[in-house]
Design a protein around this ligand. Structure first.
Ligand SMILES: [Mg+2]
Length: 267
């Protein structure tokens, strides 16, 4: 499958910058981007053939690949199945899991910690009709799979509970598709900024699907080095990303081009 006409020139210019460049950075969201959504998130496996494509890029050895996800970082390795595992920034960037298993987690202010403990205890008793997910730095309410009427009711009750806490210093409300998260710490844009500080001057791309990925798109778009941002999604929506890829065909095509472009590195 070819890319859309409006994407072809943008992508060609990006890959042209690989010739003689330092190791490029490929930053990837997981759910909705590398894997289609599942109501049971532990069943969200990569698109057919995608694992093999990423493994080829990994083995080629020119690319630094990093997954940046809203999930706890440890969930990605077993689902993605790459060997050796990739570096993963979890919890939207608050947590960092290195390929050797070393894990870093941002510390929270005591008042924030207490507020989240209380909220999680509340939601364990009453999940408001939705699917409650506990995180080290937050609480998440999902309504994917609920009927439209149920979803509205879960959202209304969740907002009523989360909004007063979101006003607290150190806590923020994060909207995503079919859910709401109250959280502390860095977002995906902050994670991208931190990675770019470690690896400045390299070509960098970010691929993501959700509203939470817009922070990362904007951070990559600000990079001083050659960059590419791609919204990976069956339907288009308003976005800061440079191009729109419909998975899995256009996504697979872009990754094939990535593999080809890396051949020119170091020549
Ligand atoms: Mg996603």
């Amino acid at each position: 499958m070819e890319l859309k006409a409006e994407a072809i020139g943008i992508v060609r210019n990006f890959f042209a910058a690989f010739a003689g460049a330092a190791r490029p950075l490929l930053l990837l969201d997981y759910d909705g981007t590398l894997a289609p959504f599942q109501v049971d998130r532990f069943q969200a496996h990569p698109w057919p053939g995608l694992r093999e494509r990423l493994q080829s890029i990994h083995q080629q050895g020119h690319t630094r690949m990093v997954v940046i996800t809203g999930r706890p970082a440890a969930e990605i390795g077993p689902l993605l199945g790459l060997d050796p595992p990739l570096e993963v920034w979890g919890l939207h960037g608050t947590e960092r899991l290195h390929p050797d298993g070393h894990r870093e987690l941002d510390t929270l202010a005591p008042a924030v910690h207490q507020a989240l403990d209380d909220l999680r205890a509340h939601l364990r008793r009453d999940s408001l009709g939705g699917l409650f997910e506990e995180k080290a730095n937050g609480a998440v309410m999902h309504w994917r799979g609920a009927s439209p009427a149920q979803a509205l009711e879960i959202e209304r009750r969740t907002r009523a509970l989360f909004a007063p806490l979101a006003a607290m210093d150190g806590l923020e409300l994060l909207e995503f598709e079919s859910g709401l998260e109250l959280r502390a710490g860095r977002n995906k844009g902050g994670a991208v900024d931190a990675i770019l500080r470690e690896s400045s001057g390299r070509p960098v791309a970010f691929l993501g699907d959700d509203i939470t990925d817009e922070h990362a798109f904007r951070a990559v778009n600000r990079a001083g080095s050659p960059h590419l941002t791609a919204l990976v999604r069956p339907e288009w929506r308003e976005t800061a990303a440079d191009i729109w890829l419909q998975p899995p065909g256009e996504l697979m095509h872009l990754l094939s081009q990535w593999l080809d472009a890396c051949v020119s590195i170091g020549r």
